[in-house]
Design a protein around this ligand. Structure first.
Ligand code: SAJ
Length: 426
């Protein structure tokens, strides 16, 4: 079996490597020559647990190869970005560009699968485009009788940090332009997926993916909203959530400094863009989560003002715990804002960074390790729940003024500085 994977990013590269491990001959395509060269040298350009060993192994075995040029294959997997543009309108330009590339080498019997998170109807647009570019082929949905191709949508649902495990173990939803397309794509996923593979229509599969991430966003927004209400009433939100979650049918997620990453903070907008009138809840959730960043900055400011001139430790820049991904990170936004205002007073601790991102360098803020922060900073703002922060014992922080946006230190004594109207800060 020959497989081409278009887009060698956080999803495409692990997917290509996992397929190559099954013995299929995989060609990874990327428009960036530097990415192609890195992979062909057996190296990786992204951090993901165990990915480096897997990629160097399949490159050495010759089952994975990268190129900027498409070649004829049996299965094409499109895993390119779908960002949003103005007014949060989804941009499927990269998907259509990838489909145009695929069209140049398509032949009878091939399967084209879209994995990128996409607005509902995108797979239909891909089919339309292929029908237009290749009038010599019978394209499903655009022909009478048996089609020459199978076209399907199968969203990835892997969690960064667990991608290689989840690629194999998660259930997959396989949506075909026709039921026959879905069954053909299913055979492909059965090669490497141990979870259940369920077939449906392409449109239902597209909406399923958006629904999953919107579900999480709405639920995190609920937690974030509650945390602000609790702050106003001087109540420990973490205790309230722990207590409420003892109810057998309640499972509240964790508040934080906002929602980051390139999925949960983006995908709900695709649903809003599809039907603005009927999505007030999903839109509001997005606004609540985005607004939590500014709220966090304001609360951090109030704490910083208690000890003028004292060094302030900002713990974490990543968008979530135990990863080195800073894209769309609320922690990074908060740290940047505080550093812009307080310069060298701000010390950043980020075990997953070797140097500060550019926007922080110019502020005079410094990157330090956790030991240095504990020694020198009487104020600590927890922005990411990295394990290394979680394990700092009470003895090392009991006398600090702490704003713990992630609830990692439930034993932190509340301190109410007499000099301000500041409420309880944990
Ligand atoms: N977060 C909270 N509170 C929580 C959980 C998360 O504030 O209780 C924050 C995180 O700190 C982070 C953001 O939300 O800033 C998103 O993190 P996440 O771990 O919830 O999700 P992602 O973005 O790493 O991955 C999500 C996953 N989707 C779901 O869990 C429904 C993953 O399965 C998807 O494959 C991925 O999006 C994607 O690519 O769409």
């Amino acid at each position: 079996l020959k497989v081409a994977v278009l887009g060698l990013g956080y999803i495409g590269l692990p997917t290509a490597a996992v397929i190559a491990r099954t013995g299929a001959m995989v060609l990874g395509i990327d428009v960036h020559q530097s990415v192609v060269d890195t992979i062909n040298a057996g190296k990786v350009h992204i951090e993901e647990v165990d990915l480096d060993g897997l990629v160097s192994g399949v490159i050495a075995r010759g089952t994975l190869r990268a190129s900027a040029q498409i070649e004829p294959s049996d299965v094409f997997v499109i895993a390119v970005p779908t960002p949003f543009g103005e007014n949060h309108a989804p941009n499927i330009g990269y998907v259509l560009q990838a489909a145009t590339t695929v069209a140049t080498v398509l032949k009878v019997g091939d399967t084209v699968i879209l994995e990128s998170t996409s607005p509902v109807g995108t797979t239909d647009k891909v089919a339309e485009l292929l029908a237009r570019l290749r009038p010599d082929l019978k394209v499903p949905g655009h022909c009478i009788g048996t089609a020459d191709l199978a076209i399907a949508y199968c969203p990835e649902r892997v969690l960064p940090g667990r991608i290689l495990v989840e690629l194999i173990e998660n259930d997959r939803v396989v949506g075909g332009i026709t039921p026959r397309c879905a069954r053909k794509a299913l055979q492909f996923y059965r090669r490497f997926v141990r979870g259940a593979c369920v077939t449906t229509s392409a449109k239902a599969a597209e909406m399923t993916k958006l629904t999953e991430n919107a579900f999480r966003d709405v639920n995190i927004a609920f937690a974030n909203e509650l945390s602000i209400v609790a702050d106003g009433m001087n109540i420990d939100i973490w205790e309230v959530i722990r207590l409420a979650n003892r109810h057998p049918r309640v499972n509240i997620l964790s508040p934080g400094p906002g929602v980051g990453g390139h999925c949960i903070a983006v995908d709900p907008w695709f649903l809003v863009a599809a039907d603005r009138e009927h999505t007030p809840l999903i839109r509001t959730a997005r606004e609540v989560n985005d607004g939590k960043v500014d709220y966090t900055v304001d609360r951090a400011e109030a704490l910083i003002a208690v000890l003028p001139n004292a060094p302030v430790a900002c713990l974490g820049l990543a968008f979530k715990a135990n990863i080195d991904d800073f894209r769309e990170s609320p922690a990074l936004h908060v740290a940047q804002e505080l550093a812009a205002r307080h310069g060298a007073r701000i010390k950043i601790v980020e075990p997953y960074a070797t140097e500060l991102p550019d926007a922080l360098v110019t502020t005079g803020a410094q990157l330090v390790d956790i030991d240095n922060a504990i020694e020198t900073c009487p104020i600590m703002i927890v922005l990411v729940d990295h394990d290394v922060f979680r394990s700092v014992p009470l003895a090392e922080r009991a006398d600090k003024l702490v704003y713990d946006t992630r609830g990692i230190w439930p034993d932190q004594p509340a301190r109410l500085p007499a000099t301000t109207s500041l409420r309880l800060i944990r």
